[in-house]
Design a protein around this ligand. Structure first.
Ligand code: NAD
Length: 299
């Protein structure tokens, strides 16, 4: 984590190094695997050959191997049928070597994403998208649930900045998707924050967001959140990953936060890339380890 000292009139801003935090977490997972003499098994299913999805899947496999897991990748053709995929999931549900099953999204049109996710054994649903896990999180039961990896990673980063107790902090979550915004809000609520959710229909979002001690932006609009949205001293977590074209014809990744504008105001901020992204994969490994511990009655 790099702390940047600004001029005397400006606050110190911590640039949160998500890669370093993720590496620490991965090392602790690897240690636990060795201590427990466990072989957690992660199965990742890729349907089709979308380039971005292929990269994500490859990175997940590499991380799993680096953690000492059994890592299996299943590549199905773009034309695979829903029943083919459901049969594979059924086999993996019954496979004692596998503790985590992940179906890389999005899926081709002929396959019903919801049906596929609901077919995964909730105890192996390391993405935390099965309705049973969604319900457990919403009901505040974290003991047996699996929680979506990106919000789990964001919470870890927030706690590193503000300490374990977030009680009474005002958190604003921007975006209400099922994979980031909603589970993020539930996690923060469970951590005793006062939580506000902003979305595409919210009125005067800047004014609401300016009251926040913690801001999590998960929208998909480059640079939406600028300094008008931020209270001085807020912790700003940028989940957005947006590819934008540059004048020289190349493209680069930016977040949902206008980093240069917000940086002088925030007490801590995640960069894009190198902030939340690496934490998502680290939390996938953590979920797979937790699942393997539970299957072995060690969790
Ligand atoms: P989504 O499209 O499913 O949801 C976007 C949400 O933003 C919606 O709920 C919508 O109501 C809200 N929204 C749209 N316009 C808004 C506005 N003007 N003001 C406030 N809210 C608005 O997206 P998602 O899957 O939640 O992803 C959001 C971003 O996070 C994307 O850039 C995605 O690439 C990125 N992402 C990153 C990671 C990671 O590992 N870092 C993981 C998942 C998603």
């Amino acid at each position: 984590m790099k702390t940047v000292l600004s001029s005397s009139t400006e606050p110190c801003t911590t640039v949160i190094d998500g890669r370093a935090v993720a590496d620490e977490l991965l090392a602790s997972i690897r240690n636990r695997v060795e201590q427990e003499s466990l072989k957690p098994g992660l199965a990742v299913i890729l349907v089709g050959s979308d380039p971005a999805s292929s990269v994500y899947v490859r990175n997940k496999g590499r991380s799993a191997e680096a953690c000492g897991f059994l890592s299996r990748q299943y590549d199905l053709p773009e034309t695979a049928s829903e029943s083919e995929l459901l049969q594979l999931i059924e086999r993996l549900n019954a496979d004692a070597e596998i503790h985590g099953i992940l179906v890389q999204l999005p899926l081709p049109r002929q396959i019903d994403q919801h049906r596929v996710i609901q077919a995964i054994d909730p105890a192996k649903d390391v993405d935390g998208f099965h309705y049973l896990n969604v319900g457990l999180l919403a009901a505040g039961n974290r003991d047996t649930s699996l929680v979506p990896c990106t919000p789990l990673g964001c919470l870890h980063l927030i706690r590193q900045q503000l300490g374990d107790s977030l009680s009474g902090k005002h958190a604003v979550v921007i975006g209400r998707s099922n994979i980031v915004g909603k589970p993020m809000a539930n996690l923060l609520l469970q951590a005793d924050c006062t939580v506000s959710m902003l979305h595409s229909r919210s009125r005067d979002p800047e004014q609401l967001c300016r009251q926040a001690d913690i801001v999590v932006a998960a929208v998909g609009i480059p640079g939406l959140v600028n300094s008008n949205w931020i209270k001085p001293g807020a912790v700003v977590i940028d989940v957005g990953i947006n590819r934008v074209d540059q004048p020289d014809g190349r493209s680069r990744l930016v977040g949902d936060v206008d980093y240069d504008d917000v940086y002088p105001l925030a007490s801590a901020i995640t960069p894009v890339p190198g902030g939340v992204g690496p934490m998502t994969i680290a939390m996938l490994m953590k979920n797979t380890l937790d699942s393997a511990l539970r299957f072995n009655n060690k969790g």
